[in-house]
Ligand binder design. Structure first.
Ligand SMILES: [Zn+2]
Length: 99
């Protein structure tokens, strides 16, 4: 098996999650959605899609970012931790645009 690695972060990861969710919904709504016959092309598509989503292992969309000092969850756009008042690193422009 090839060692193949994709790495996404911030806004790219968020966009990828959105796209995977959208494609999954389209597949679920596509004709032939019944999985009664396991040898149909449709069920092969469902199986392949599930395997791909599992392999991507994107996790859930984070609603907050973590303070680097105390690990307290902070609002994504916060400039300081509300718990320990540590100054949080500024978001990259693309991350800010995605919020
Ligand atoms: Zn903190």
């Amino acid at each position: 098996m090839n060692n193949f690695m994709l790495s996404f972060a911030g806004a790219d990861l968020s966009r990828l999650r959105t796209l995977v969710t959208a494609v999954g919904k389209e597949i679920a709504l596509a004709p032939g959605a019944t999985a009664a016959n396991s040898s149909t092309p449709r069920s092969a598509l469902d199986t392949s899609w599930s395997s791909l989503v599992e392999m991507l292992d994107l996790g859930k969309e984070p609603v907050a970012r973590e303070c680097p000092t105390c690990k307290h969850p902070c609002a994504i756009g916060a400039s300081r931790c509300g718990h320990c008042w540590t100054s949080l690193p500024p978001l990259k422009a693309r991350e800010t645009a995605a919020v």
